[in-house]
Design a protein around this ligand. Structure first.
Ligand SMILES: Cc1cc2nc3c(=O)[nH]c(=O)nc-3n(C[C@H](O)[C@H](O)[C@H](O)COP(=O)(O)OP(=O)(O)OC[C@H]3O[C@@H](n4cnc5c(N)ncnc54)[C@H](O)[C@@H]3O)c2cc1C
Length: 240
Protein backbone atom coordinates (compact mmCIF):
# COMPACT_ATOMS: atom_id res chain seq x y z
CA UNK A 1 0.00 0.00 0.00
CA UNK A 2 1.66 3.23 -1.15
CA UNK A 3 -0.13 5.50 1.27
CA UNK A 4 -1.40 9.05 1.25
CA UNK A 5 0.86 12.09 1.61
CA UNK A 6 -0.20 14.47 4.38
CA UNK A 7 1.09 17.83 5.59
CA UNK A 8 0.51 18.91 9.18
CA UNK A 9 -1.92 21.84 9.34
CA UNK A 10 -1.69 22.48 13.06
CA UNK A 11 -1.14 20.93 16.46
CA UNK A 12 -3.18 21.52 19.58
CA UNK A 13 -2.84 20.39 23.17
CA UNK A 14 -6.17 18.72 23.99
CA UNK A 15 -5.29 17.58 27.54
CA UNK A 16 -2.18 17.56 29.69
CA UNK A 17 0.48 15.68 27.76
CA UNK A 18 -1.90 15.00 24.89
CA UNK A 19 -1.44 16.39 21.42
CA UNK A 20 -3.92 16.53 18.54
CA UNK A 21 -2.61 16.68 14.97
CA UNK A 22 -4.79 18.10 12.19
CA UNK A 23 -4.50 17.47 8.45
CA UNK A 24 -6.47 18.20 5.29
CA UNK A 25 -8.31 15.06 4.20
CA UNK A 26 -6.99 13.73 0.87
CA UNK A 27 -9.78 13.71 -1.74
CA UNK A 28 -9.49 9.97 -2.34
CA UNK A 29 -9.23 8.93 1.32
CA UNK A 30 -12.30 7.55 3.08
CA UNK A 31 -12.73 5.69 6.33
CA UNK A 32 -15.36 4.50 8.78
CA UNK A 33 -15.74 6.07 12.21
CA UNK A 34 -13.65 4.10 14.72
CA UNK A 35 -10.98 2.91 12.29
CA UNK A 36 -7.25 3.48 12.70
CA UNK A 37 -4.34 4.18 10.36
CA UNK A 38 -0.56 4.06 10.40
CA UNK A 39 0.85 7.58 10.59
CA UNK A 40 4.47 7.64 9.41
CA UNK A 41 6.94 10.53 9.75
CA UNK A 42 8.83 11.36 6.55
CA UNK A 43 12.60 11.69 7.16
CA UNK A 44 12.42 12.28 10.94
CA UNK A 45 15.56 13.56 12.68
CA UNK A 46 15.57 10.49 14.97
CA UNK A 47 13.96 7.05 15.11
CA UNK A 48 13.86 3.98 17.38
CA UNK A 49 13.14 0.25 17.34
CA UNK A 50 9.41 0.88 16.82
CA UNK A 51 10.16 2.69 13.54
CA UNK A 52 9.02 6.03 12.12
CA UNK A 53 5.30 5.42 12.45
CA UNK A 54 2.60 4.35 14.89
CA UNK A 55 -0.89 2.95 14.54
CA UNK A 56 -3.27 5.70 15.67
CA UNK A 57 -7.06 5.83 15.66
CA UNK A 58 -8.70 8.46 13.51
CA UNK A 59 -10.14 10.72 16.19
CA UNK A 60 -12.02 12.83 13.66
CA UNK A 61 -15.38 11.69 12.34
CA UNK A 62 -15.77 11.02 8.60
CA UNK A 63 -18.34 13.84 8.56
CA UNK A 64 -15.66 16.35 9.62
CA UNK A 65 -13.64 18.10 6.94
CA UNK A 66 -10.21 17.51 8.51
CA UNK A 67 -8.38 14.38 9.65
CA UNK A 68 -7.33 14.46 13.28
CA UNK A 69 -5.26 12.14 15.46
CA UNK A 70 -4.53 12.51 19.15
CA UNK A 71 -1.76 10.91 21.15
CA UNK A 72 -0.23 10.87 24.60
CA UNK A 73 3.23 12.39 24.41
CA UNK A 74 5.77 10.04 25.96
CA UNK A 75 9.54 9.79 25.68
CA UNK A 76 9.82 7.77 22.46
CA UNK A 77 11.63 9.02 19.35
CA UNK A 78 8.32 9.24 17.44
CA UNK A 79 6.68 11.33 20.15
CA UNK A 80 9.72 13.57 20.62
CA UNK A 81 9.65 14.34 16.90
CA UNK A 82 5.88 14.95 16.96
CA UNK A 83 6.25 17.41 19.84
CA UNK A 84 8.76 19.51 17.92
CA UNK A 85 6.97 19.53 14.53
CA UNK A 86 5.74 22.69 12.89
CA UNK A 87 2.97 23.10 10.29
CA UNK A 88 3.94 21.74 6.89
CA UNK A 89 5.71 18.65 8.31
CA UNK A 90 5.21 15.66 6.03
CA UNK A 91 3.65 12.30 6.87
CA UNK A 92 2.59 9.20 5.01
CA UNK A 93 -0.78 7.74 6.00
CA UNK A 94 -1.42 4.02 5.52
CA UNK A 95 -4.86 2.54 5.98
CA UNK A 96 -7.56 2.78 7.09
CA UNK A 97 -7.60 -0.42 9.11
CA UNK A 98 -9.89 -2.14 11.57
CA UNK A 99 -13.45 -3.11 12.27
CA UNK A 100 -13.97 -1.32 15.61
CA UNK A 101 -16.79 0.56 13.91
CA UNK A 102 -20.47 1.38 14.37
CA UNK A 103 -22.85 -1.55 13.83
CA UNK A 104 -25.01 -1.61 10.70
CA UNK A 105 -28.26 -1.53 12.68
CA UNK A 106 -28.88 2.22 13.29
CA UNK A 107 -31.28 1.48 16.15
CA UNK A 108 -28.85 -0.66 18.21
CA UNK A 109 -28.18 0.83 21.66
CA UNK A 110 -24.47 1.37 22.31
CA UNK A 111 -22.37 1.75 25.44
CA UNK A 112 -18.77 2.95 25.10
CA UNK A 113 -16.39 2.36 28.01
CA UNK A 114 -12.96 3.87 27.68
CA UNK A 115 -10.25 5.70 29.52
CA UNK A 116 -7.51 8.18 28.70
CA UNK A 117 -6.36 8.21 25.11
CA UNK A 118 -8.86 5.42 24.30
CA UNK A 119 -11.30 8.24 23.64
CA UNK A 120 -9.99 8.72 20.07
CA UNK A 121 -12.11 6.18 18.11
CA UNK A 122 -15.06 6.84 20.43
CA UNK A 123 -15.01 10.55 19.60
CA UNK A 124 -15.13 9.61 15.92
CA UNK A 125 -18.05 7.19 16.33
CA UNK A 126 -20.13 9.42 18.64
CA UNK A 127 -19.79 12.50 16.44
CA UNK A 128 -20.45 10.49 13.27
CA UNK A 129 -23.61 8.93 14.71
CA UNK A 130 -24.80 12.42 15.68
CA UNK A 131 -23.89 13.88 12.27
CA UNK A 132 -25.99 11.16 10.64
CA UNK A 133 -28.84 11.83 13.11
CA UNK A 134 -28.88 8.16 14.01
CA UNK A 135 -31.67 7.47 16.47
CA UNK A 136 -29.69 4.99 18.52
CA UNK A 137 -29.17 5.60 22.26
CA UNK A 138 -25.48 5.98 23.17
CA UNK A 139 -23.85 6.16 26.59
CA UNK A 140 -20.18 6.93 27.06
CA UNK A 141 -18.38 6.03 30.29
CA UNK A 142 -15.10 7.97 30.15
CA UNK A 143 -12.51 7.42 32.90
CA UNK A 144 -9.48 9.61 33.56
CA UNK A 145 -7.30 10.38 36.53
CA UNK A 146 -8.23 14.10 36.55
CA UNK A 147 -10.26 16.42 34.29
CA UNK A 148 -6.96 17.91 33.10
CA UNK A 149 -6.08 14.52 31.58
CA UNK A 150 -9.39 14.05 29.74
CA UNK A 151 -9.03 14.88 26.05
CA UNK A 152 -12.18 16.17 24.30
CA UNK A 153 -14.18 16.07 27.55
CA UNK A 154 -15.64 19.58 27.18
CA UNK A 155 -16.42 19.07 23.50
CA UNK A 156 -18.17 15.73 24.05
CA UNK A 157 -20.01 17.01 27.11
CA UNK A 158 -21.44 19.83 25.00
CA UNK A 159 -22.28 17.55 22.08
CA UNK A 160 -24.15 15.13 24.35
CA UNK A 161 -25.89 17.98 26.22
CA UNK A 162 -27.73 19.02 23.06
CA UNK A 163 -28.55 15.47 21.94
CA UNK A 164 -31.40 13.42 23.36
CA UNK A 165 -29.60 10.27 22.16
CA UNK A 166 -26.29 10.65 23.99
CA UNK A 167 -25.34 10.49 27.67
CA UNK A 168 -21.78 11.07 28.88
CA UNK A 169 -20.70 9.72 32.26
CA UNK A 170 -17.21 11.04 33.03
CA UNK A 171 -15.43 9.63 36.05
CA UNK A 172 -12.16 10.69 37.70
CA UNK A 173 -10.00 8.23 39.61
CA UNK A 174 -7.76 10.91 41.20
CA UNK A 175 -10.11 13.88 41.39
CA UNK A 176 -8.51 14.99 44.63
CA UNK A 177 -5.27 15.71 42.79
CA UNK A 178 -6.96 18.08 40.35
CA UNK A 179 -6.80 21.86 40.47
CA UNK A 180 -10.47 21.80 39.40
CA UNK A 181 -13.50 21.03 41.54
CA UNK A 182 -14.94 17.78 40.14
CA UNK A 183 -18.65 17.16 40.65
CA UNK A 184 -19.13 14.03 38.54
CA UNK A 185 -18.53 10.34 39.18
CA UNK A 186 -15.36 9.20 40.94
CA UNK A 187 -13.43 5.95 40.76
CA UNK A 188 -13.17 3.26 38.14
CA UNK A 189 -16.13 2.21 36.01
CA UNK A 190 -17.73 -0.74 37.77
CA UNK A 191 -21.03 -2.63 37.82
CA UNK A 192 -22.57 -0.26 40.39
CA UNK A 193 -21.71 2.76 38.23
CA UNK A 194 -23.19 1.11 35.14
CA UNK A 195 -26.37 0.30 37.07
CA UNK A 196 -26.70 3.93 38.17
CA UNK A 197 -26.88 5.08 34.55
CA UNK A 198 -28.20 2.17 32.45
CA UNK A 199 -31.65 0.59 32.71
CA UNK A 200 -30.71 -2.88 31.44
CA UNK A 201 -27.07 -3.99 31.37
CA UNK A 202 -27.85 -7.00 29.18
CA UNK A 203 -29.33 -5.03 26.27
CA UNK A 204 -26.66 -2.74 24.70
CA UNK A 205 -23.73 -3.50 22.48
CA UNK A 206 -20.55 -2.55 24.39
CA UNK A 207 -17.44 -0.93 22.88
CA UNK A 208 -14.33 -1.25 25.07
CA UNK A 209 -11.02 0.25 24.01
CA UNK A 210 -7.80 1.74 25.29
CA UNK A 211 -4.80 0.31 27.15
CA UNK A 212 -4.94 -3.53 27.16
CA UNK A 213 -5.22 -3.68 30.98
CA UNK A 214 -8.30 -1.46 30.95
CA UNK A 215 -9.97 -3.44 28.17
CA UNK A 216 -9.34 -6.75 29.98
CA UNK A 217 -10.69 -5.39 33.29
CA UNK A 218 -13.86 -3.99 31.68
CA UNK A 219 -14.46 -7.22 29.78
CA UNK A 220 -14.20 -9.29 32.96
CA UNK A 221 -16.48 -6.86 34.82
CA UNK A 222 -19.17 -7.01 32.10
CA UNK A 223 -19.09 -10.79 31.73
CA UNK A 224 -19.33 -11.15 35.52
CA UNK A 225 -22.31 -8.77 35.38
CA UNK A 226 -24.06 -11.16 32.97
CA UNK A 227 -23.38 -9.46 29.63
CA UNK A 228 -22.93 -11.97 26.78
CA UNK A 229 -19.45 -11.93 25.21
CA UNK A 230 -21.11 -11.65 21.79
CA UNK A 231 -22.20 -8.14 22.81
CA UNK A 232 -18.66 -6.91 23.40
CA UNK A 233 -16.51 -5.16 20.78
CA UNK A 234 -12.92 -4.51 21.85
CA UNK A 235 -9.86 -2.66 20.57
CA UNK A 236 -6.59 -2.75 22.48
CA UNK A 237 -4.08 0.09 22.14
CA UNK A 238 -0.96 -2.10 22.23
CA UNK A 239 1.99 0.03 23.32
CA UNK A 240 0.31 1.48 26.43
C1 LIG B 1 -5.71 -0.19 16.93
C2 LIG B 1 -4.82 0.77 17.69
C3 LIG B 1 -5.20 2.10 17.82
C4 LIG B 1 -4.39 2.99 18.52
N1 LIG B 1 -4.80 4.30 18.64
C5 LIG B 1 -4.01 5.16 19.32
C6 LIG B 1 -4.39 6.54 19.44
O1 LIG B 1 -5.42 6.98 18.92
N2 LIG B 1 -3.57 7.36 20.14
C7 LIG B 1 -2.39 6.91 20.72
O2 LIG B 1 -1.69 7.69 21.35
N3 LIG B 1 -2.02 5.63 20.60
C8 LIG B 1 -2.78 4.74 19.92
N4 LIG B 1 -2.38 3.45 19.80
C9 LIG B 1 -1.09 3.04 20.41
C10 LIG B 1 0.07 3.50 19.52
O3 LIG B 1 0.17 2.68 18.38
C11 LIG B 1 1.41 3.45 20.28
O4 LIG B 1 1.71 2.12 20.64
C12 LIG B 1 1.38 4.30 21.52
O5 LIG B 1 1.01 5.63 21.17
C13 LIG B 1 2.74 4.29 22.22
O6 LIG B 1 3.68 4.87 21.38
P1 LIG B 1 5.04 5.43 22.01
O7 LIG B 1 5.81 6.00 20.85
O8 LIG B 1 4.71 6.33 23.15
O9 LIG B 1 5.75 4.17 22.63
P2 LIG B 1 6.51 3.02 21.84
O10 LIG B 1 7.93 3.39 21.72
O11 LIG B 1 5.81 2.75 20.57
O12 LIG B 1 6.33 1.74 22.76
C14 LIG B 1 6.20 1.76 24.17
C15 LIG B 1 6.32 0.33 24.71
O13 LIG B 1 5.27 -0.48 24.21
C16 LIG B 1 5.81 -1.55 23.46
N5 LIG B 1 4.99 -1.71 22.26
C17 LIG B 1 4.85 -0.81 21.28
N6 LIG B 1 4.01 -1.27 20.34
C18 LIG B 1 3.63 -2.50 20.75
C19 LIG B 1 2.80 -3.50 20.20
N7 LIG B 1 2.17 -3.31 19.03
N8 LIG B 1 2.61 -4.64 20.90
C20 LIG B 1 3.22 -4.82 22.08
N9 LIG B 1 4.04 -3.92 22.63
C21 LIG B 1 4.25 -2.78 21.97
C22 LIG B 1 7.21 -1.16 23.09
O14 LIG B 1 8.05 -2.29 22.91
C23 LIG B 1 7.62 -0.35 24.30
O15 LIG B 1 8.04 -1.18 25.33
C24 LIG B 1 -3.16 2.54 19.09
C25 LIG B 1 -2.77 1.22 18.93
C26 LIG B 1 -3.58 0.34 18.24
C27 LIG B 1 -3.12 -1.09 18.08
Amino acid sequence: MAGYQLKLKRKQQVAEGTLALYFDKPDDFSFQAGQCARLVLVDPPETDDEGNGRILSLASAPAESELMFATRIRDSAFKRVLSALTPGAEFTLKGPYGDFTLPADPARELVFITGGIGITPVRSMLLQAMAESQGRQMTLFYANRRPEDAAFLDELTQACAISSHCMLVATMTQAGQSAQHWQGERGHVDKAMLNRHLTDLARPLYYLDGPPGLVAAMKTMLVDAGVAEAQLRTEEFAGY
